[in-house]
Design a protein around this ligand. Sequence first.
Ligand code: S3P
Length: 167
Amino acid sequence: MANIVLIGFMGSGKSTIGSALAQKMGRFLLDTDSLIQTTYNQHIPEIFAQYGEQKFRELESQAIAWLSANVSNAIIATGGGMPIFNDISTLGEIYYLQSDFETILARLDHQERSKRPLFGDQAQAKALYLERQNLYAKVAHHTINANNDIPEILTEILTRHNASKRF
Ligand code: S3P
């Protein structure tokens, strides 16, 4: 069975929803940021600082190739920039978790923001958010309202998944 792939901006709930969805569907969750961090034994801010964003995007590209070749029937939570810089169409059925910027700000406290080198200050983050929105929607097979509570988001994804003949 195809993977269910979650995309969206930083703080849109990909890991939280991914975990809940995996448990509900009896699948396992693979988080691409975690895969990169554990494989290279470095946190993302360190990878960015030491090797630069370009290198991180190359690692994401390797992760896409590996997951596409080796993983099925999983839930995959992607890093927020993954579908912006790489083609993820081989990964599976793609869901865009669309959150308002205000929701994102409320979800990410200071500590969570500091783990994300591209979040920067609020104005920078907002500009990136606006720049990326259409791209996420274009790449996704489904756009989900991720401002709702978790149970509602899960129901929406499962309803779409069960109705989808494509995967
Ligand atoms: C990034 C998002 C992060 C992480 C990296 C770059 C981005 O993942 O991959 O800091 O470009 O939006 P999350 O979306 O899980 O925060």
